[in-house]
Design a protein around this ligand. Structure first.
Ligand code: AMP
Length: 435
């Protein structure tokens, strides 16, 4: 076959998300927006590529992400740019660039979008993957750490995930972290000849990164390093960490302490955590932590902050594995059923009002019986139906029917749109506009 007619395939580690998959994506995305907004976060849309320097100075020169996994290229003016491998660095860059430190603190941001890493493609690992993230910037109170974890647990619960485990650790303050690195460096020197080639370099340049290594013989050595880590935590850092754990206890959020948890990014200090599914802890569904010094490192004001990023694809994999029931994609948000001539006239006005509220509305104005109209509503998978008969016209209300559990309630006209929006949000069906 001539070269120019050869089939072109998606690059390795890159995937399409086909129509069949969409209901999972909507389920995650809509619920994420709903949970984030109700916890007081505001949406930020960040650029997909940034100056390479941003990731060098934040994620860290000797991390796997920066040293091996970045998609870096020069643009036509010779600037070095990188497809973002993660969202926090960009969020902090935007916070500084737009003077968000002058706003009331903390500034709470959420994002959703593709990330790019030249990872080794395998189950649950892609080269372009989506993350959702939450960042709380400008507040060092330990309660903030606990609240963030609580919000995330709420989100995963809302999705229907079971066996969610929070693992948590503290690296302590920058000083404490430096002590930890020193102690770890001494510890690793003893085992140096048993480390893999990469870790030999890491143990010299950035010992914490040895703890991310997946090579079996390094893992064995790492296993016995946790004592060294705990002992390095200074008194203030230990007190702070205790406050985070106490706040989680008060909130009834379960967690497991994991002194060996370091995560593969350099900017973390103090609280560090991962969320995983019990029995599959080696492939977390997301991770986060404090990055109190990052804004300063990037030329901004001192801004104690904490954030989290979750993987979309991995979360969807688990939902499927656990056979969690996800609603079918609705082709419409609400279906208006009318019975009788006066009701038909009123229905037109109601459709208009609902559409003004950005709802997708369907009707079957020509159809006769209520059954026929409800059948049409089912066919369109409408989650809610508004029913108007002559009585409702007379009383100035409508009947709102939930197509899932078939419950019905009478609603006054003027409250209708608001209630519908609320119900859809509860069902995780509508994207809430952030404007
Ligand atoms: P990280 O930004 O490395 O802390 O990763 C946070 C989450 O993003 C992980 O727990 C995964 O769910 C997801 N993730 C990271 N790398 C990949 C990848 N290569 N492919 C798919 N998901 C990923």
């Amino acid at each position: 076959m001539a070269e120019k007619h050869k089939k072109i395939q998606a690059p390795r580690g890159i995937k399409d998300v086909l129509p069949d998959e969409q209901r999972y994506w909507f389920w995650l995305e809509n619920n994420f927006y709903a949970v984030a907004e109700s916890a007081g976060f505001e949406r930020i849309i960040l650029p997909t590529f940034e100056a390479t320097e941003l990731f060098r100075r934040s994620v860290g020169e000797f991390t796997d992400i920066v040293s091996k996994e970045m998609y870096t290229f020069k643009d036509r003016s010779g600037n070095s740019l990188t497809l973002r491998p993660e969202g926090t660095a960009g969020a902090v860059r935007a916070y500084i660039e737009h003077g968000m430190h002058t706003l009331p603190q903390p500034v709470k941001l959420y994002y959703w979008g593709p990330m790019f890493r030249y990872d080794r493609p395998q189950a649950g690992r892609y080269r372009e993957f989506y993350q959702f993230g939450l960042e709380v910037l400008g507040d060092s109170d330990p309660i903030i750490d606990a609240l963030l974890i609580q919000t995330l647990v709420k989100y995963y619960k809302k999705l229907g995930l079971k066996d969610v485990v929070v693992r948590i650790n503290s690296l302590g303050s920058e000083r404490s972290k430096a002590r930890m690195v020193g102690a770890l460096s001494k510890f690793l020197a003893v085992y140096k000849k048993n480390l893999c080639a990469d870790c030999k370099t890491r143990s010299k340049k950035n010992p914490l990164r040895v703890l991310d290594c997946k090579v079996a013989r390094c893992q064995e050595i790492i296993g016995s390093a946790s004592g060294v880590m705990i002992d390095s935590l200074d008194e203030d850092s230990r007190k702070r960490f205790t406050k985070v754990l106490e706040a989680l206890d008060d909130m009834g959020v379960a967690y497991e302490l994991d002194p060996g948890l370091v995560r593969g990014l350099d900017y973390y200090t103090h609280t560090l955590f991962e969320i995983a599914i019990r029995g599959q802890e080696d492939l977390a569904i997301g991770g986060g932590g404090r990055y109190d010094n990052l804004a300063k490192q990037l030329g901004g004001p001192a801004t104690p902050s904490i954030g989290y990023a979750g993987g979309v694809e991995r979360t969807i994999d688990i939902l499927k594995q656990q056979a969690v029931e996800i609603p079918d994609l609705a082709k419409t948000d609400v279906f208006v059923v009318q019975l009788g001539d006066r009701a038909k006239a009123k229905a037109t006005g109601i459709v208009e009002k609902l559409e003004q509220n950005s709802l997708r509305v369907s009707t079957a104005l020509g159809r006769g019986s209520i059954q026929a109209q409800l059948r049409e509503a089912s066919r369109l998978r409408s989650p809610l139906v508004v029913i108007i008969g002559d009585q409702e016209v007379h009383d100035g209300n409508v009947i709102l029917r939930d197509m899932n559990d078939r419950s019905q309630e009478t609603v006054i006209d003027r409250n209708m749109a608001k209630l519908i929006l609320k119900k859809l949000e509860e069902k995780g069906i509508r994207v809430i506009s952030s404007s």
